[in-house]
Write a protein that binds this ligand. Structure first.
Ligand code: TZP
Ligand code: MG
Length: 221
């Protein structure tokens, strides 16, 4: 763990994830609007059919990183540790098919490390190996990730919190402002979304509604 857990929890509230293939509009415009609306953390996830590679990928990463920097929103890179180190991103997010968390932790030092987990065993391993937060999902049905695992609803989140696992946790998969509340009530520290913001007519309003939905539950907690 490299980041203060309470600070990490605050960053996870509205975690926006995207790459060029997730946007109908210019990704820079989408990110700017989303930040205006209240996004608290951003992950560059350039993946899937038609995505950018090499220099083009790096160039978009740098543009989006500059937008985040202006607003002091930490910039996380999905999977690509080399790119994260090259451009000095604030952190990385890895899944179970990537390098192990302890290898990545050694490479990135004190940068933020997020790990996707789907079982108690994976969660315990990620925590032991230095994860700052866990990503869990898909919570609801999603069409954004073709190879997503089975929808888990709130069951895994509830299992983790019942086992007294206190690490910051963010849910992902099919989350919108309308279905975000139960997730926070069940112990998540925030919501991560792709399409709810990237494909919205107004990414700003979409981010704002998510921010309000999450904060409303937290204030009442
Ligand atoms: N991991 C599990 S579901 C998912 C990822 C990356 C996609 C989430 O996208 P959306 O559009 O918010 O459902
Ligand atoms: Mg991955």
């Amino acid at each position: 763990m490299a980041v203060n857990p309470q600070a990490m929890k605050n960053l996870l509230k509205v975690y926006f994830i995207m790459g060029s293939t997730n946007c109908h509009q210019n990704p820079e415009k989408v990110l700017q609007a989303a930040i205006q609306g209240g996004v608290t953390l951003f992950q560059f996830r350039e993946k899937g059919a038609g995505c950018l590679h090499g220099k083009e990928k790096e160039s978009l990463a740098k543009k989006l990183q500059a937008i985040c920097k202006e607003s002091r929103i930490p910039f996380i890179v999905n999977d690509d540790i080399e790119l994260a180190l090259k451009i000095n991103a604030d952190g990385v997010h890895i899944g179970q098919d990537d390098e192990t968390a302890d290898t990545v932790r050694r490479k990135i030092g004190s940068k933020i490390l997020g790990v996707s987990v789907h079982s108690m065993k994976e969660a315990e391993t990620a925590i032991r190996q230095g994860a700052d937060y866990l990503g869990i999902g898909p919570i609801y049905p999603t069409s954004t990730k073709a190879d997503a695992k089975a929808v888990q609803g709130l069951s895994f989140l509830t299992e983790l919190r019942s086992a007294d696992i206190k690490i910051p946790i963010v849910g992902i998969g099919g989350i919108t402002f309308e279905n975000a509340s139960p997730l926070i009530e069940a112990g998540a520290d925030g919501v991560s979304v792709i399409s709810a913001i990237s494909q919205a007519d107004s990414p700003e309003k979409a981010a704002e509604k998510l921010y309000d939905a999450v904060n409303k539950i937290m204030r009442n907690a």
